[in-house]
Design a protein around this ligand. Structure first.
Ligand code: G1P
Length: 289
């Protein structure tokens, strides 16, 4: 049995420049899809997969995220007095238990690889999950849970992948596919943001990972790559020479909420999935179109 994964890292230090002015004073991870902030979707997915310790790599102006995962006594009391017990229960259910969150800061925007490296002391010498909160999924069970099933069989490192339009490979990390089924195939290589002609496949890294702690040692030495940033994909490409990487082409679909179209689409799709909103929202949209 591989060592259990109990810690998840959430890099939330990004500046969110694509969503200005919304993100001038508010973290992009607090943008809402229907009525839940993006970060809540990622935390819920991690919890469903059995994660017990939630590590956030934050930056300046991100204090609201810490508040979001804390109790809000005044609000809770008001809900209680007004008899809004359902809303109160929902709020309490969303919270990680006491002592199960940790926060550290990425002091400079040096890239995703550097953000992950900033979590090394909090994670320690154990495997961990990594969830990029810009990416949210319509998937049952959740994508990380599906990846945990593969991890229990193979151990090592696991990367969630999905097909991308071959014209868009330069926006993502792309993996080379080796032997094995969609539920767990060997990854033989990976490249960060290749031009379509250089892409080893159309399978892109959609923001969910299970990684072994040796990645931290490599990240410490990782030179800057694409975009002048310290790239996680480059360090994983080095680790692949020593450890197994398994790809999981999960059952589900990602919405890239780092892009405006992805974010707006997610709002429509998730609203249409909500029993309390679907009928009225469908009518309102049909009327508009
Ligand atoms: C990062 C990763 C990339 C991955 C993407 C998913 O890129 O480096 O491999 O495909 O997230 O969102 P970023 O979006 O930070 O440029």
């Amino acid at each position: 049995m591989p060592q259990r994964v109990r810690t998840a890292v959430f890099p939330v230090a990004g500046l969110g420049t694509r969503f200005l002015p919304a993100t001038k004073a508010m973290p992009k991870e607090m943008l809402t899809v229907v009525d839940r902030p993006l970060i809540q979707y990622a935390v819920d997915e991690a919890r469903e997969a059995g994660i017990e310790h939630f590590v956030f790599v934050t930056g300046r102006n991100k204090g609201v995220i810490e508040d979001h995962f804390d109790r809000q006594f005044e609000l809770e009391q008001t809900l209680e007095v007004r008899g809004k017990t359902e809303a109160l229960r929902e709020l309490q259910k969303d919270l990680p238990s006491a002592g199960r969150t940790s926060f550290t800061r990425q002091q400079e925007p040096l890239g995703l690889g550097h953000a992950v490296w900033c979590a090394r002391e909090l994670v320690g010498n154990q495997p961990f999950a990594l969830l990029l909160p810009d990416m949210i999924f319509r998937a049952t069970p959740g994508v990380l849970k599906q990846m945990m099933q593969a991890y229990e069989e193979t151990g090592g490192n696991i990367i969630g992948v999905e097909e991308v339009d071959p014209a868009e490979t330069a926006s993502y990390g792309i993996v080379a596919r080796g032997e094995g089924p969609d539920s767990g195939f060997r990854i033989t290589g990976m490249v960060e943001k290749p031009e379509p002609k250089d892409a080893p496949s159309n399978l892109f890294i959609s923001g969910r990972y299970i990684l072994q702690p040796e990645i931290f040692t490599l990240l410490a030495e990782q030179p800057r790559g694409t975009g002048g940033e310290i790239q996680l994909t480059d360090a994983m490409q080095t680790l692949i020479r020593q450890q197994v990487f398994t790809g999981v082409k999960y059952d589900g679909k990602v919405f890239d909420c780092g892009s405006k179209i992805g974010f707006l689409t997610a709002n429509v799709v998730f609203a249409l999935d909500r029993p309390d909103l679907a009928d009225d929202f469908r009518k309102a949209v049909a009327h508009l179109l």
